[in-house]
Design a protein around this ligand. Structure first.
Ligand code: ZN
Length: 150
């Protein structure tokens, strides 16, 4: 994908997922959850996860924030549903790399490659990574925890 194509796709995907966030709901039977805050922008999300053994059976989120934070969370829930913890960790690492400008393994990213577009808006990187950090915190904890980007 060329840089120009990626930029167009980035705008489209962010708009689409912000308007119609996927898996945007509370989850009653979640067994992991975490709250994430990005005070710089005012993004505040809750990520819900239902783990079955080491498989992410369901993942959802709720909250409010800017378009990028919501779209990134929406893309994340789509990408991680049905994955094992090991696969999810690999995706998390690659997403983190690409959004912070490191060389990432594109084959592991698939559709998530569009998130690399955020590199062009450095002030927004924390918005885009918020849901991913929150998800990571949720997996690492068996009780409700809160994280902040600051
Ligand atoms: Zn934001």
């Amino acid at each position: 994908m060329s840089d120009a194509d990626l930029r167009d796709l980035y705008q489209q995907v962010i708009m689409d997922h912000n308007k119609k966030p996927r898996n945007f709901r509370e989850m009653d039977n979640a067994n992991h959850l975490a709250h994430g805050n990005n005070p710089l922008c005012g993004d505040a999300l809750v990520v819900f996860v239902k783990l079955n053994g080491d498989v992410i059976e369901d993942v959802s989120f709720q909250g409010s924030g800017c378009a990028i934070s919501v779209a990134s969370a929406s893309l994340m829930t789509e990408a991680l549903k049905g994955k094992t913890l090991e696969q999810a960790e690999e995706i998390y690492q690659q997403v983190h790399k690409q959004m912070t400008g490191e060389e990432a393994d594109r084959s592991a990213l698939g559709k998530l490659e569009v998130l690399s577009g955020v590199k062009e808006f450095p002030a927004r990187v924390k918005c885009a990574t918020l849901s991913w950090h929150t998800m990571h915190a949720a997996m690492d904890s068996d009780h409700d925890i809160s994280i902040s980007t600051e």
